[in-house]
Write a protein that binds this ligand. Structure first.
Ligand code: XIL
Length: 431
């Protein structure tokens, strides 16, 4: 949500003078935050909720600082018929994230796959399909307004050769469905980061160039687009190297976007994996983590499930598997240990971490792109923050944020009682 992005920049400035002690918790989220990132997350779904061994890990905020519903926000599930919206399952995922003090990432709005029949098989004109897209986005995003850190607004619009996918959206509206979707998303929830999300951008230069043109298309229309999600469904031994992962991220950060690895898993090509493959999987996971750390605007990594027990890989790609960081029995794999050790070494050798939680900032210099906000704030005065956010902010600020009549949010930071900065951010803070 907008709150986290804006406040990270404030804390970064305020806490520079006297960093608190590094965190002691060693979960991957805690470590990733200590290394300067916003979150380490996982896909999760309500059908996982009756598995207590699974939940014992998923509910641990030191391990996961963010949830994304794996399927329940997709069009066929959330709007199976024109007048039927089903929010029960994604609401349950959100409720668990909130109970755990985790962020919520939302997935996905305009996508050719997992569409309800009424959309996939409908007879459409430009106007009628545009109206249905806008109605879908408006209804779904309004339901989650202010609650999603980010939305994958458009997913997988491209073929691997860089041409547009022959979806019902492209056939009917050409590329207009893309700015149309982002515009509707921006109107429905101005506080959410709006992402384009796709795969194989790291391995297909033509696809990456086409994704750059998608971003430019939206930007040229003066419509907000904030992020690029790299799905990162990789294969052991075929994971792009660190240099190409960094270069691909930078294609988009130079356009002013933040980036994220949004669906990470790294599948073995044959099962059971031999010791060479197991080592290689560890190396590949560390490569991705290292590539995110190397790019300041890489905000986080989301695992597409953390245990092989619930991974989508074996059923979708028969013969492949064991792609996650935990076995089906919830044992941590060598790849988990490799990522954990790598992050611990990064945290130990980098500048001291500045606290724990989503506002921690390993360098004290994180800059966050200002959000585009549609309307000025109406409320003024001292802002009441959710308890978990207020708790995390407390070491860094002298008093709660104050919203001025001009719509600015003023935060006064402190370092061991010494006032070190006043940060004024223009824009409404929507809670
Ligand atoms: C997958 C889910 O993991 C499966 O459970 C489902 O059957 C198919 O979709 N790209 C995406 C994700 O953006 O939504 C997909 O998730 C994986 C590929």
């Amino acid at each position: 949500m907008i709150l986290s992005g804006l406040l990270v920049s404030a804390v970064g400035v305020a806490a520079q003078a006297t960093p608190p002690s590094p965190p002691t918790a060693q979960g991957l989220h805690s470590l990733f935050v200590a290394a300067g990132k916003l979150y380490w997350g996982t896909a999760i779904e309500t059908n996982n909720f009756n598995d207590s061994a699974y939940l014992a890990i998923a509910n641990n905020r030191n391990e996961f600082g963010m949830y994304v519903p794996e399927n329940s926000q997709k069009w066929e599930e959330i709007q199976p018929a024109l007048t039927d919206f089903e929010f029960t399952n994604p609401d349950a995922v959100l409720a668990r994230a909130r109970a755990n003090g985790q962020m919520f990432r939302c997935h996905t709005l305009t996508w050719h796959s997992q569409l309800p029949a009424f959309v996939a098989n409908g007879t459409w004109t430009r106007d009628t399909l545009a109206a249905v897209i806008v109605a879908h986005i408006t209804n779904v995003m309004t339901h989650y307004r202010g609650l999603c850190y980010a939305w994958d607004v458009v997913n997988e619009a491209l073929n691997d050769n860089g041409t547009f996918r022959n979806s019902v959206f492209f056939r009917t509206l050409g590329t207009d469905f893309i700015p149309l979707s982002f515009a509707a998303a921006s109107r429905a929830d101005p506080s959410a980061r709006l992402y384009y999300n796709d795969f194989n951008l790291e391995t297909s230069p033509r696809k990456a160039a086409a994704a750059v043109r998608i971003v430019q298309l939206v930007q040229a229309a003066n419509i907000p687009i904030h992020g690029l999600g790299f799905q990162a469904h990789f294969r052991v031994g075929q994971t792009p190297n660190r240099t190409s992962l960094i270069a691909t991220q930078n294609l988009f950060t130079t356009l002013g976007l933040e980036v994220a690895f949004s669906e990470l898993d790294i599948a073995h090509l044959s099962l059971p994996p031999n010791s060479t493959s197991i080592q290689r999987q560890s190396d590949d996971y560390v490569t991705v983590v290292s590539a995110c750390l190397a790019v300041p605007k890489c905000v986080g990594i989301t695992l597409w499930q953390f245990t092989d027990k619930y991974s989508w890989i074996p059923s979708t790609f028969p013969g492949l598997g064991d792609a996650c960081l935990y076995t089906s029995n919830f044992t941590k794999k060598p790849a988990y240990s490799a990522v954990s050790s790598f992050l611990q070494s990064v945290v130990a050798t980098a500048a001291p971490a500045q606290g724990t939680g989503r506002f921690a900032n390993g360098t004290g210099s994180k800059t966050v792109t200002p959000m585009v906000v549609a309307a000025p704030a109406t409320a003024t005065g001292v802002m009441t923050l959710p308890a978990d956010i207020a708790g995390e902010l407390a070491p860094f600020v002298t008093s709660p944020p104050v919203r001025t009549s001009a719509g600015a949010v003023v935060i006064v930071g402190k370092g061991k009682g010494v006032l070190v900065g006043v940060v004024v951010m223009v824009g409404a803070l929507l809670l």
